[in-house]
Design a protein around this ligand. Structure first.
Ligand code: PRP
Ligand code: MN
Ligand code: MG
Length: 178
């Protein structure tokens, strides 16, 4: 698995440091409030686990699965709800947690869908932002790292369901996905 990685883009230590900062910023911004963190399955799971533990106000968690990618590397633009929320979100402060914003199509769909359920507020926290690939504008409230247009894996991010358990963000060797 590790042999498929060309190089490490963001190390385990860099991830931990940045997540600590994001947690402190979110804690300050939500003082006196309770958060409902919504993780977007499956990529956000690893980041969600670390981020929520870095936040010091009460955090409830729920998950949604909204898939726009198949086994390939490109977004089809087709968004499907594979699993909806279990929680009622009306009047609550939502923090959507994503591993990466790429084309922005997944989040554009998801934000519209969630807004219609009348939450008190919605903010978006993404670990990675790849603006070069944007097709739909998305407002990101908390951004871990802006990354160039490499095929990145690890720390939740997959290629064909592999590499999610790497503890760092790595760049995949082109021969692996070509
Ligand atoms: C990936 C990633 C984001 C989305 C970003 O998920 O985790 O959710 O694509 O792409 P976009 O900005 O172009 O919409 P994917 O559909 O691969 O599912 P996964 O999280 O289960 O890997
Ligand atoms: Mn995802
Ligand atoms: Mg994926």
């Amino acid at each position: 698995m590790i042999n498929d990685v060309e190089r490490i883009l963001i190390s385990e230590a860099q991830l931990a440091e940045r997540i600590k900062e994001l947690g402190a910023q979110i804690t300050a911004d939500y003082a006196g409030k309770e958060i409902l963190a919504i993780g977007v399955l499956r990529g956000a799971v690893v980041f969600m686990a670390d981020l929520t533990r870095a936040i010091k106000v009460p955090v409830a968690i729920d998950f949604m699965a909204v898939s726009s990618y198949g086994a390939g590397t490109d977004s089809s633009g087709v968004v499907r709800i594979l699993k909806d929320l279990d929680e009622n979100i009306e009047g609550r402060h939502l923090l959507i947690v994503e591993d990466i914003i790429d084309s922005g199509l997944t989040l554009t769909y998801l934000l519209e869908n969630l807004k219609s359920r009348k939450p008190a507020s919605i903010k978006l926290c993404t670990l990675l932002n790849k603006p070069e690939r944007r097709k739909a504008e998305v407002q990101i409230d908390y951004n871990g790292f802006t990354v160039p247009d490499y095929f990145v894996v690890g720390y939740g991010l997959d290629f064909a369901e592999k590499y999610r358990n790497l503890p760092f963000i790595g760049i995949l060797k082109p021969e692996v996905y070509k």
